[in-house]
Design a protein around this ligand. Structure first.
Ligand code: NDP
Length: 285
């Protein structure tokens, strides 16, 4: 009988990274699928990224996630970048094809899977408002545009960042998109189908913070989404729930972006329920 004690390695490079919960759900998924894989949570400062990435190659790692501050800095180190990661301008997942390391972005894809599978809504032809113009907002906007959203409005505090995002989005996807500065309370209108908080407002430890929005005039079937995964029940989600609106928490995006990464790396269907339970337990919900 031959033995194989070699584990396949994946993980995440980031700084800070200690509170990143992805390893919990990926390790649970590997165990459920009977795979001898390990997910390593590795602290890497900006200046050490090129050396660390040489290590990813040298160890023959099957893939790696990138988080703050490496999602853009990784681009020149890759052998190839997927078309949508190139449109987004950031990579959160690297997969291996032979000796080649290929950059992908699963954040927006994970969000989209959550909208379709958990909220049961197809974004095609929908009018969508996104709060924020950072990395998460860019990934979500590109995937919604590619999925056929009819109309995208980007609301952001920093005017320059919001304008740049819309310019990049329109040139990459030809989306019907516009920017509005977030100067005063943003009032949801009855023609909107989906509202997405893609800012970090409400993220632990600022759990009482709430985006400056009014949902008073929203249509009854408005879907309110939050990207903030911790806590999943943000004040925005609580407010929308209390008003009887449909909601999608940041936990869904986190699970589905991880599930897509799992599938890219292993070739197996991700055990999404196991992953969700592992994360919910980690967040104590
Ligand atoms: P960035 O730093 O790139 O962007 C942050 C965004 O939030 C900017 O648009 C910024 O506006 C806005 N913002 C922050 N604070 C305020 C405030 N007080 N008032 C108004 N606007 C504010 O961060 P990311 O895009 O990478 O991450 C954003 C959130 O997405 C985080 O909470 C992160 O945890 C979450 N995320 C969740 C994922 C998931 O799977 N659930 C995956 C990836 C991210 P401005 O430009 O004006 O500064």
């Amino acid at each position: 009988m031959t033995a194989n004690y070699k584990a396949e390695l994946v993980g995440v490079l980031g700084y800070p990274v200690a509170e990143n919960p992805t390893g919990v759900m990926q390790e649970a998924a590997f165990a459920a699928a009977g795979l001898n894989w390990r997910y390593l949570t590795i602290e890497v400062k900006s200046e050490a990224l090129p050396d660390a990435f040489r290590g990813v190659r040298a160890f023959g790692m099957r893939g790696i996630n990138l988080t703050i501050p490496h999602k853009v800095a990784i681009l020149p180190l890759l052998d190839e970048i997927s078309p949508d990661a190139a449109m987004i301008g950031a990579v959160n997942t690297v997969r291996r094809e032979g000796d080649r390391l290929i950059g992908e972005n699963t954040d927006g894809k994970g969000f989209l899977r959550g909208v379709r599978e958990e909220a049961g809504l197809d974004p095609k032809g929908k009018r969508i408002v996104i709060l924020g113009a950072g990395g998460a907002a860019r990934a979500i906007a590109v995937e919604l545009a590619l999925a056929g959203a009819a109309d995208l409005t980007i609301i952001n505090r920093s005017v320059e960042r919001g304008q740049t995002m819309v310019r990049d989005l329109v040139s990459a996807t030809s989306a019907n998109a516009r920017f509005e500065p977030w100067a005063k309370t943003y009032r949801a209108t009855p023609d909107m189908n989906i509202l997405v908080n893609a800012t970090s407002i409400g993220l632990f430890p600022d759990v009482n913070a709430m985006p400056d929005v009014s949902l008073a005039a929203a249509r009854p079937d408005l879907l309110v989404c939050d990207v903030v995964p911790n806590p999943p029940e943000t004040r925005l989600i609580q407010t929308a729930r209390a008003q009887g609106l449909k909601v999608l928490t940041g936990l869904a995006m986190l699970v589905y972006q991880g599930a897509i990464g799992f599938e890219m790396w292993t070739g197996y269907t991700a055990p999404e329920v196991v992953m969700k339970d592992a994360l919910a337990q980690a967040f104590g919900v």
